[in-house]
Design a protein around this ligand. Structure first.
Ligand code: GAP
Length: 508
């Protein structure tokens, strides 16, 4: 099997396949696109729906301790004051006064060029998996260009948030390659603002939510008053979130409009939060395996205690090895009682529960697994994509592109392929099977072109099985079809009942 040699090539191949096959398009493409926004095409919207459905079924419907919720995208602005987002939901921004480019200070790296122990200049590079190599190469180039003699020290990289005031004007801008044009970092709030109602003054300012989580906290009392939930219990929600990211990048990995699947799991203030946190980390990991992500590409990153918010007891991210580096896929945070306490204080309505044993009121603590649907989609596309050589029965070798998507999430579960178009009985049997299957599953009827071409089309779409209705189906006893497996390309005979049993077992 061969896959594209380097990571940039792999990302290009995935972006191109996503466009070509109708998974993901740039938003507003006929107007040149819109940075940080994407559209999901026919296959992409099925894939996304399947991922959402799997999560909802496993997280909400198949558990007795979690209920679902759908809250509004625009909430009372006081929600975001109480949650701390108005004051603190920001990234450090650096402007280049000459090129007018903007950078996230924590993604802009620099290093002094040190020759014989003396700093002679600075070099800079944007964050990538090759940042250090790029800085080292830039330092060597500087030394060569200026014909400097002496021993160049290995570069020691820092990000721009760590730069001293004196260094701001000495660090070259990635936009111009020259020092002197970068500003000091400043906090840039990432919430999108809008105005609600006919007035457009300060009194009408509202925000598009930057996370779905606050909906669960604000409706906490509604849920406990209208359901029979008992601690420990969770409230889950899937929905769009919006962040005015300074540098949206890596395709759908970091975008400005994205979808989150978040769950707030409330526990007693005296409960063993660490055990619960660990259990949720493992639940999330297992769930990612259940939709087909390979274990070898997943890892855990526990945030350093000193980098956590003051109220946080611990956060662990499940990381995925994307082609552009190992990056956060799913964050699992132990947030203590911070959010409920904040909303209790700000609204004047304490968000408490009553402990029958101690006869005291208390504010529950929370464990929060929060993941982005789009990041999962990118991970499954990267893990599923392969280009391989296949040899037919005549010994001819050709390349096929295949998406090895799990049947749980594949956009099309089965393709129904009548061998010929002009045999009435055969076509009728194919259409009859199509009608029966599509009541329950996403299936595709394809009678265009040679059978081999049709297989390749389905391989690229990630369809796990193709069913060919051939002459044996109508002429031989048993009413069987040819079932072709996407991954092994093996063909077997199967009855309609066996096909339904296979789908029932694999698509859940
Ligand atoms: N309520 C907690 C919260 O929102 P977060 O780490 O900021 O935490 C949770 O976001 C998840 O949402 C991330 O792990 C990631 O999967 C996804 N996410 C965050 N920002 C994103 C963006 N700009 N584009 C795509 N997905 C994003």
């Amino acid at each position: 099997m061969s896959t594209p040699a380097d990571s940039a090539h792999l990302m290009d191949a995935i972006v191109s396949l996503a466009k070509r096959r109708g998974f993901i398009y740039p938003s507003s493409e006929i107007y040149g696109g819109f940075n940080g926004f994407f559209d999901y095409g026919p296959l992409g919207s099925e894939l996304k729906k399947n991922i959402r459905d799997c999560w909802w079924n496993d997280m909400v419907r198949r558990r007795d301790d979690i209920v679902g919720l759908e809250t509004s995208i625009i909430m009372h602005p006081k929600v975001w004051e109480a949650s701390g987002h108005v004051a603190g939901f920001s990234d450090p921004l650096v402007d280049c006064k000459v090129s007018k480019n903007r950078y996230r200070a924590d993604q802009l790296f620099f290093a002094p060029v040190v020759i014989d122990g003396k700093t002679v200049a600075y070099v800079s590079a944007l964050e990538s998996e090759k940042t250090i190599e790029e800085l080292q190469a830039a330092a060597e180039l500087y030394k060569r260009k200026k014909a400097l003699v002496g021993t160049l020290a290995p570069v020691v990289a820092k990000d721009f948030t760590e730069a001293t005031e004196a260094e701001y004007s000495l660090i070259p801008s990635p936009g111009t390659g020259e020092p002197g044009s970068l500003t000091a970092p400043r906090a840039f709030n990432m919430m999108f603002q809008t105005n609600v109602g006919a007035m457009t003054d300060a009194s009408s300012v509202a925000y598009l939510r930057p996370e779905t989580a606050q909906g669960m906290f604000v409706d906490f009392k509604n849920v406990i008053d209208t359901t029979r939930v008992k601690l420990p219990f969770g409230i889950a929600q899937i929905g769009k979130s919006f962040r005015n990211e300074i540098t949206p990048r890596n395709f759908i990995f970091r975008s400005r409009e994205f979808e989150q699947m978040e769950m707030e799991y409330f526990i007693h203030e005296d409960a063993d939060w660490s055990k619960c946190h660990q259990e949720w980390i493992e639940w999330c990991r297992q769930w990612l395996l259940s939709i087909g992500l390979p274990e070898a590409k997943l890892s855990l990153y526990a945030h350093k205690k000193e980098k956590l918010a003051f109220y946080s007891k611990g956060t662990t991210d499940i990381m995925f090895e994307y082609p552009f580096g190992v990056q956060e896929l799913w964050g699992i945070a132990a947030r203590g009682s911070y959010d409920l306490t904040q909303h209790g204080t700000a609204s004047g309505k304490p968000q408490e529960m009553f402990d029958e044993a101690t006869k005291k009121k208390f504010v529950p603590h929370v464990i929060e697994p929060a993941v982005g649907v789009d990041r999962i989609i990118l991970a499954v596309l990267c893990a599923a994509y392969a280009v391989e050589d296949v040899t037919d029965e005549k010994g001819n070798t050709e390349q096929r592109t295949v998406l090895r998507l799990s049947p749980r999430i594949a956009p099309v579960k089965v393709a129904i392929l009548p061998l010929v178009k002009n045999k009435e009985l055969l076509v009728a049997r194919a259409k009859d099977l199509h009608t029966k299957l599509k009541r329950k599953y996403a299936v595709q009827y394809d009678d265009g072109g040679a059978i081999g071409k049709r297989y390749r089309r389905q391989d690229e779409a990630g369809t796990p099985w193709c069913v060919t209705i051939d002459f044996d189906t109508i002429e031989k006893p048993g009413d069987t079809f040819t079932l072709r497996d996407r991954d092994t390309m093996k063909q077997t005979r199967i009855t309609e009942a066996e096909l339904f049993a296979l789908l029932d077992e694999q698509v859940y």
